[in-house]
Design a protein around this ligand. Structure first.
Ligand SMILES: Cc1cc2nc3c(=O)[nH]c(=O)nc-3n(C[C@H](O)[C@H](O)[C@H](O)COP(=O)(O)OP(=O)(O)OC[C@H]3O[C@@H](n4cnc5c(N)ncnc54)[C@H](O)[C@@H]3O)c2cc1C
Length: 435
């Protein structure tokens, strides 16, 4: 909890008076967002400490599909989703599952989420995220040039479908992205698809390729960031939960952890789905929920696919990596927990069998669950924590945390070092929620 007073505050005040050039930033959370922000802050001359309650990089940023896809910038709350999601509540293997047991506890959040399922909010949100993402791909090229070591592929993203009509609906959604440098992709037939991906099942008849997109193996991206951070003198403290703050004069002076106190000139909360809980210690209330997703990674089957493929109607993403392939999907609102629901994993396995051959065995692969940080309007929260002059937050990236990690890192570092005005981030302002 926040405590107010005592010698630690005086100590921190003296320290912060002495430190002008190298301000000490404490980043809370070593997922891809916290690490990318730490990287960008360090490059701007900040003294940076990164603290994580677990193993750095091991939470949601580990087992995801690793797509770098600015062309999927649309917020999750979309027109028409209200009734679909209520219907899906009844089925534990639907693409979006709201656990009835958790629905009561999340009623307020869900109500806000459903209220954003309208065309105006959807268009506004898409524009805000797509604009921020205009340099997302370029920043991955820059990371590579800079010498960060991670597995990066530039093979595009192939969408495949069993129903041509549905394919057309999804393909037409690319109209939204014309102003961000994309074309509506050309429709592909069965023969063209098979030349590209020989292992597609016979029932897959149509699709399209978005050639611009990249993908990474996400574990290698976080490992690359960590490596670079440590080389540049950043202290990374894993296994160290943040338990509170010392706040004085509206500023967070000390970050309290299970392993002792960390003096801070400024703090950045990038604690993923846990971010709401962390900012409560600062007296702020921000609506961050978990959107659980699952994946299965099969080693030795990397040749199953040549490029990332979206299995359309099943809403499953797949990514081939060096020496393996990963299938990922589903969105489950069941509160903040990492319990693995077997029914969700089985739904992914059944989905794969409908699009690809030969089948994946029932026990094949490593199963994983992760919590995407979600906000009720589907947009990230990037900015100052209400009521804390030197406190910032970067979270709520939902299905786009990997795509948006470098752009978020750069944006937050610019904001925190005075190179970017808060007004430029209005759609993402944490204070937009009256909670
Ligand atoms: C199935 C699935 C597939 C996905 N596919 C993609 C994809 O293809 N492309 C894409 O762009 N995105 C994808 N995502 C989304 C992406 O994984 C997330 O948006 C991203 O990983 C969120 O990163 P983060 O750093 O905010 O959170 P996390 O990686 O969860 O990191 C938060 C960190 O904060 C730490 N923490 C929490 N509380 C405390 C505390 N009190 N003290 C100290 N530390 C604390 C945690 O231990 C954790 O390490 C996918 C997600 C899922 C689930």
């Amino acid at each position: 909890m926040a405590d107010r007073g005592g010698s630690r505050v005086d100590e921190a005040r003296n320290r912060s008076a002495a430190v002008t050039a190298a301000r000490r930033t404490v980043v809370i959370g070593a997922g891809v967002i916290g690490l990318a922000a730490a990287h960008a802050l360090r490059r701007r001359g900040r003294e940076v400490v990164v603290i994580d309650q677990g193993e750095p990089g091991a939470a949601c940023s580990a087992g995801n599909a690793g797509w770098i896809t600015p062309s999927i910038s649309a917020p999750i709350p979309a027109p028409g989703l209200t009734w679909t999601s209520i219907k899906w509540m009844l089925s534990s293997d639907s693409p979006l599952y709201i656990a009835p047991s958790a629905a009561l506890g999340q009623a307020r959040w869900l109500w806000r989420f459903w209220r954003h399922c309208n065309a105006a909010d959807f268009e506004r949100g898409l524009h805000a995220v797509a604009s921020l993402n205009e340099r997302a791909i370029r920043l991955f090229d820059e990371l590579e040039r800079e010498g960060l070591s991670f597995e990066l592929h530039r093979d595009g993203l192939l969408f495949v479908f069993r129903e041509e009509r549905y394919m057309e609906t999804v393909r037409r959604e690319f109209d939204h992205y014309r102003r961000y440098g994309y074309q509506v992709p050309k429709a592909l037939g069965a023969a063209e698809l098979r030349t590209m991906e020989p292992n597609l099942a016979d029932e897959v008849h149509s699709g399209f390729l978005v050639a611009e997109e990249y993908h990474v193996r996400p574990e290698t991206l976080t490992a690359g960031y960590l490596d670079q951070l440590i080389k540049s003198g950043v202290a990374v403290r894993g296994g160290t939960a943040v338990t509170g703050f010392v706040v004085a004069d509206g500023k967070a002076m000390v970050v309290k952890t299970a392993a002792g106190d960390e003096p801070a000139d400024e703090v950045l909360v990038a604690a993923g789905a846990w971010s709401g809980r962390v900012v409560e210690h600062l007296g702020a209330r921000l609506p961050v929920q978990a959107g659980k997703g699952y994946s299965v990674t099969i080693a030795g089957r990397g040749d199953m696919l040549r490029r990332p493929v979206y299995l359309g109607e099943a809403k499953i993403g797949s990514s081939p990596f060096a020496g393996g392939v990963r299938f990922a999907g589903t969105m489950e609102l069941s509160g903040i927990n990492t319990e693995l629901d077997r029914r969700r994993i089985e739904a992914i396995r059944r989905g794969i069998a409908r699009y690809l051959k030969p089948p994946v065995g029932p026990n094949e692969g490593v199963e994983w669950v992760g919590m995407r940080p979600l906000t009720p309007d589907g947009l990230p929260m990037l900015g100052r924590i209400p009521g804390i002059a030197n406190g910032y937050i970067a979270t709520g990236h939902a299905m786009l945390g990997v795509t948006m990690a470098p752009v978020t890192g750069e944006t937050m570092a610019d904001l925190m070092t005075g190179r970017l005005d808060e007004a430029a981030l209005l759609p993402f302002a944490p204070g937009r929620f009256r909670w």
